[in-house]
Design a protein around this ligand. Structure first.
Ligand SMILES: Cc1cc2nc3c(=O)[nH]c(=O)nc-3n(C[C@H](O)[C@H](O)[C@H](O)COP(=O)(O)OP(=O)(O)OC[C@H]3O[C@@H](n4cnc5c(N)ncnc54)[C@H](O)[C@@H]3O)c2cc1C
Length: 412
């Protein structure tokens, strides 16, 4: 059985290694000179490889076709993945929110482990050439064309990734290859993408990161998404984990020409009464100071100026002169800091691509194409995408595992 795997990302490396372990003669073709370029930058270089959520809860974390992942996620679970890496010498640790990282805190170690797994099972690796065509005959896969050379194959696994962060090698080639052989490709669009805001004051607070805040996205007063956690101000708007997560609904609203708004609650742990009491205490402490010098305990230094401006209270006003109405205005600014979304960053800056090879054309238990026999898909090239928290890598590994084994066991 000769299996060709296209793409040396997490899905492709897992698929190639598993197929070889199961006895197939495997060749992996990677266009870059290096494998796992994107994997190495995941989780800010720390590699949030999976999540400890149980499989049912995990499926809910894939707003893009979670149900399709039911089989792969049960067949190769988060625990299987952690054990897999542990056996390869990469123990993992759980952090806040069930996020799992290599104990070494180096995403690079995941790639190195996958490379040694492939080498142990004899996978042949060809780097530096791009696959440009799938070769088929009468509905069966025959091989691929790569760098002008034909690679015959009994089974081919397309694991070329999506089209975000193209500098890592994933430029959407898998979509073209799939279309060439008759597959439907659901239009790729950014998912988990930073948002651009109308408000330009964000530029002055670029780099300010906030923890334990709440972001709510509304359209015409209706809440369409809500998240609690960390976020980041950027020169164009908003980013960071909770913004990336709520971006999905904001992107959909933008596509419908709606005008989504993001409402930030900077103090969600406090009720309005508790926050008011807290403000009173802070003011009490700073009675002789000007308003602008009274918020140091409450807010990060760089955020004080924009919050004061938005509250409409004069920065020079002595604290003892602040009225109840003004205090309520400050409270409203802190709990409902509203930003108008005017757009999103491009697909290039998206963490994952939504859309891809239509799941209805794939067998969910094997990842095999329903159109071309012997052709398989794995990873982000498929129309599945998950939230932040390790879900996208788990999906890549689980679908890679299933595709690799199924390809190797084909015709047995
Ligand atoms: C900045 C960033 C941080 C992220 N952090 C996390 C995280 O912490 N946790 C998480 O779960 N997810 C994270 N993700 C998402 C995750 O990295 C992807 O979902 C995952 O890498 C997809 O794996 P894949 O193997 O399908 O595709 P990729 O990792 O994109 O790999 C595809 C490979 O195929 C190769 N290729 C493409 N076309 C061809 C061709 N024609 N011929 C030959 N080779 C080809 C590419 O060069 C590439 O090496 C992050 C993404 C980004 C951009």
């Amino acid at each position: 059985m000769h299996v060709v795997v296209i793409g040396g990302g997490p899905a492709g490396m897992m698929a190639a290694g598993q197929a070889a372990k199961a006895g197939a003669d495997v060749t992996l073709l990677e266009r870059n000179e290096r494998l796992g370029k994107k994997l190495a930058i995941t989780g800010k270089g720390r590699g949030n490889v999976t999540n400890t959520a149980d499989t049912e809860s995990m499926i809910a974390q894939y707003p893009g076709n979670g149900i399709f992942l039911y089989g792969p996620l049960y067949r190769f679970t988060n625990e299987d993945l952690r054990r897999f890496f542990l056996e390869l010498g990469v123990p993992t640790v759980e952090e806040r929110g069930g996020r799992v990282f290599p104990q070494s805190q180096r995403a690079q170690d995941l790639g190195t482990a996958l490379e040694s797994f492939m080498s142990e099972h004899g996978v042949k690796i060809c780097k530096g050439n791009r696959v440009t065509a799938l070769l088929t005959k009468a509905g069966y896969i025959q091989g691929v064309k790569c760098g002008g050379v034909t690679y015959p194959a009994d089974a081919v696994i397309v694991a070329t990734g999506g089209s975000s962060y193209p500098a890592t090698g994933s430029t959407g080639d898998g979509y073209t290859l799939a279309k060439q052989v008759g597959h439907t490709v659901v239009t790729p669009r950014p998912a988990l993408v930073p948002l651009e805001t109308v408000e330009t004051w964000v530029k002055d607070v670029t780099g300010v990161a906030l923890k334990n805040v709440e972001a709510k996205v509304t359209v015409n007063g209706r809440t369409i998404a809500e998240e609690f956690g960390e976020m980041l101000f950027t020169h164009y708007g908003l980013s960071g984990p909770i913004i990336l997560t709520v971006s999905r609904e904001a992107v959909v609203a933008l596509a419908k020409n709606q005008r989504p708004q993001v409402h930030l609650n900077l103090k969600p742990a406090l009720s309005p009464e508790q926050l008011d009491a807290r403000l009173l205490r802070d003011f009490e402490k700073n009675l002789r100071k000007q308003f602008k010098n009274s918020l140091n305990d409450l807010l990060p230094q760089r955020l004080i100026e924009p919050i004061i401006t938005l509250s409409g209270i004069s920065p020079e006003l002595p604290v003892h002169q602040i009225s109840k109405v003004q205090r309520q205005a400050l409270l409203a600014t802190l709990t409902n800091l509203t930003l108008h979304v005017k757009g999103m960053r491009s697909l290039r800056e998206a963490i994952v691509t939504a859309g891809g090879v239509a799941v209805k054309e794939l067998h969910p238990t094997t990842m095999e194409s329903k159109i071309i026999q012997g052709l398989y898909f794995a990873g982000e090239v498929i129309d599945v995408d998950g939230n932040t928290g390790g879900y996208n890598l788990q999906a890549a590994f689980s679908t890679g595992y299933v595709a690799g084994l199924s390809a190797a066991e084909r015709n047995k």
